[in-house]
Design a protein around this ligand. Sequence first.
Ligand code: FAD
Ligand code: DHB
Length: 398
Amino acid sequence: MIERTQVAIVGAGPAGLMLSHLLDLAGVRSVVFETRDRAYVEARVRAGVLEHGAAELLRASGAGARMDREGLVHRGIYLHFAGARHHIDFDELTGRTILVYGQQEVVKDLIAGRLEAGGDVRFEAEVAAVDARLGEIRYLQDQQERFVQADLVGACDGSHGVGRRALEGVSVYEHVHPHSWLGILARTPPASEELIYAYHDHGFALHSMRSPEISRLYLQVSQDEDLAGWPEERIWEELRIRLGEPSLPQGEILDVGITPMRSVVVEPMQTARMFVAGDAAHILPPTGAKGMNLALADVAVLSVAMVEWFRSGSTAALERYSQDCANRVWRAQRFSSFMTSLLHRDAEGDPFEHRLRLANLAYTVGSRAAAASLAENYVGAATDGVVFDPSLFNGVAR
Ligand code: FAD
Ligand code: DHB
């Protein structure tokens, strides 16, 4: 006997879990397959900034209680360059704020919510293949091959997953940025109450945080950097120099890793019954803090389209899904590329490019229009226009 479900979801990251959560609010059954175990997924250190709209989405769908208790509301960011610090006040420029709340906290909240509601999330269940036309999933669990037949498939399995491989006839737009980020999670109180994005002769640095005790820090490094070249002393010294924080306290390093920077967009985000969302559909350089936000926005749109199909049989919204996402995806790509080139030293250290970058930064902080442009994109590029209406999600028969 082959198992059946309404929606098979590949991947228990923010996109897959949120899709399952939103579908459940409408009474649509789903099964989430995750190749890793629960502890691994909940401990994976990644993004940390929720846009205004992403926070609203979590809140409106009933998944925002701990986020509202523990998330840090930030009304702006600092840009630090040429030895001076400048504040971009999002609240004043746009009337909106952002929330600093780790991606793994969002993931923990969504997993707890799904399991409490009796949701079906299968860990250590690796999807080996998706048949996008038949809606069939082949997966491996307890060393056994199993099959699930679904009406629709949500491929939320990141950029190297099986969903991407099962797409047919799509265009892939890709750009590799010639840098990587060294990311550090450290037990040390944040040196600033808001994020600091710094541009220095040595390259970019970012000071972020997770709590009043834990800082999240990043350094631009070369594309093929070896972690072995970054002993702790060097990391702290470089952070102090680039951030202009000579007394940045050194703390225990809890996690460290190097992430390359890519921009990818796959279009259309659909083949037959399978729909891709989040990193499976697009990758952004992290400078704009958009990856997790875009993943949540995609599934907000996708869940409405799926519910409409289950409710009325109409394929119109499903067919429009990719088109409905395209503007937001490209706007977030534009902003992420803008932030990346604004703040990263080019690999050759070209003096003309360096002076041009300083002029761009001076203009960004000196012109209200330029600062407002940065602010409105930082608080909204990934989620603007995405409306979550809880009333849409009532009354669908299981
Ligand atoms: P993911 O979170 O990648 O979730 C996909 C899930 O699918 C994973 O749990 C994976 O284990 C699972 N999976 C994969 N293949 C299979 C399979 N065959 N079967 C079953 N399950 C499968 N964004 C920022 O804004 N700022 C940052 O600082 C930042 N740092 C990042 C650092 C790293 C190392 C990475 C990889 C990404 C980072 N991002 C950052 C991007 C952001 O974290 C992603 O955009 C976000 O995770 C997207 O969510 P998602 O649900 O689409 O994908
Ligand atoms: C964080 C990550 C980002 O990429 C960013 O732009 C801002 C903050 C973070 O991990 O806190």
